[in-house]
Design a binder for this molecule. Structure first.
Ligand code: ATP
Length: 383
């Protein structure tokens, strides 16, 4: 586990300079330390998990605790080992070292069906020749649950995923989102201790995906179900999770809630994945900060930069008051991202992405315009 790096200096009672303001903000944020661990805060424990395929290490020494009822997302680029980690927890892939513990019990040696873990995959492998009801009831049958109880549990679970009126249908008569909810119901009906979900929404179109995100999160909260969810979609992770584990190649780069990961990335690697951070070296950043930071990197979110045109008006009515001195540049690209306009500004020796709210045509700046770029000093992050 990595945490956000220490600030440049310890803030005193009366910070004055922009430098101390930036450092102080980091320090306050970093001082929000975790509560002492309880059994519930360590409901699912990953201890030193390592996995290799032949000579290739997929992950090494993964350490993490997940609280009872928590929704944690494993976020990271393709191939970083998210699915393999999930499969290792489920017992579908053997680990080379380390342990998985659930509620104080080591389960590493148990086969998948004895772990009390449910898993939902991107591609819902439903039985095509069975009705929705029978698909959901299948696991209960295997566990020899008596018919009356089976009926009741399937009815309740179908109602939870809002499919009670579709119980008699076959999978081919359902939409993708409905099929994924059957797959979810099939896991939930077995009352797992932990639910693992591997990109369950990736195959769905954007509108259904959005709706299902909310529905999934509601169900998880309603059941208080400890859930580990895999995605490579940053927005999905930010919207759904109590905490996010950002994975790089083979390890967890940073753990924290969405706010922490998004606004306080612990490294350039995290900043590179979260949002569209501008990563500058200390010398490049000095014109924005007004001083040369004693740090390898200073990162700025595009929405924490503000454009001032040659007409000497800040081009955003919500501009904060803590702006740095600014550096001059030329707008070389303007992209409409819906409610946001993303500008690319070429400065001397580096370029910056600047996001401005799309408030209307009169606030737009044209490509080719000479501008000053100012940073909100409170939002600069020194790494
Ligand atoms: N059965 C296997 N045999 C050999 N290598 C494997 C196997 N399964 C996965 N890998 C490799 O392990 C690495 C991690 O794969 P994994 O599927 O866990 O990544 P991921 O983060 O889930 O990626 P994606 O987001 O694309 O699904 C990849 O380099 C992959 O090629």
């Amino acid at each position: 586990m990595s945490s956000a790096p220490a600030p440049l200096s310890t803030p005193e009672a009366t910070p004055a300079s922009p430098e101390t303001a930036v450092a102080e903000r980091s320090a306050v944020a970093d001082s929000l330390v975790a509560e002492p661990p309880s059994a519930d805060s360590r409901y699912l424990r990953l201890q030193g998990l390592s996995k290799r395929f032949g000579a290739t290490s997929v992950f090494e020494g993964i350490e993490a605790d997940i609280a009872r009822g928590e929704f944690v997302t494993l976020l990271g680029p393709s191939g970083c080992g998210k699915s393999t980690l999930l499969r290792a927890i489920a017992g579908l892939t053997a680990v080379d070292a380390g342990h998985v513990e659930v509620d104080g019990e080591t389960i590493t040696h148990l086969p998948p069906q004895k772990r009390g873990i449910g898993m939902v995959f991107q591609h819902y492998a439903l039985f095509p020749n069975m009705t929705v009801f029978d698909n959901v009831a299948f696991g209960l049958r295997m566990h020899k649950v008596p018919s009356a109880e089976r009926q009741q549990r399937v009815d309740e679970t179908l109602s939870l995923v809002e499919l009670e009126t579709h119980a008699h249908k076959h999978p081919h008569q359902l939409s993708g989102g409905q099929r994924q909810r059957v797959a979810l119901a099939r896991s939930l009906v077995l009352e797992p201790r932990i639910l693992l979900m591997d990109e369950p929404l990736s195959a769905l179109d954007a509108r259904i995906r959005q709706h299902l995100r909310e529905q999934l999160r509601n169900i998880q909260q309603q059941l208080g179900l400890t859930t580990l969810f895999v995605t490579h979609d940053q927005e999905e992770a930010l919207m759904m999770s109590d905490r996010i584990f950002l994975m790089g190649k083979g390890n967890i780069l940073q753990q924290g809630d969405g706010e922490a990961l998004y606004t306080r990335p612990a490294s350039q690697e995290v900043a590179g994945f979260m949002g569209a951070y501008n990563c500058l070296d200390a010398q490049q950043a000095s014109s924005l900060l007004g001083y040369e930071a004693d740090a390898a990197q200073v990162v700025f979110r595009p929405e924490a930069l503000y454009l001032k045109s040659t007409m000497d008006e800040i081009n955003d009515p919500t501009t904060p008051s803590h702006l740095g001195p600014g550096c001059g540049g030329v707008i070389v690209q303007r992209r409409l991202l819906g409610n946001v306009i993303r500008y690319r500004v070429e400065c001397q020796g580096f370029s910056l992405h600047v996001d401005a709210l799309n408030r209307g045509a009169r606030y737009l700046l044209p490509e080719g315009a000479n501008v000053m770029v100012h940073a909100d000093l409170e939002e600069a992050r020194i790494l």
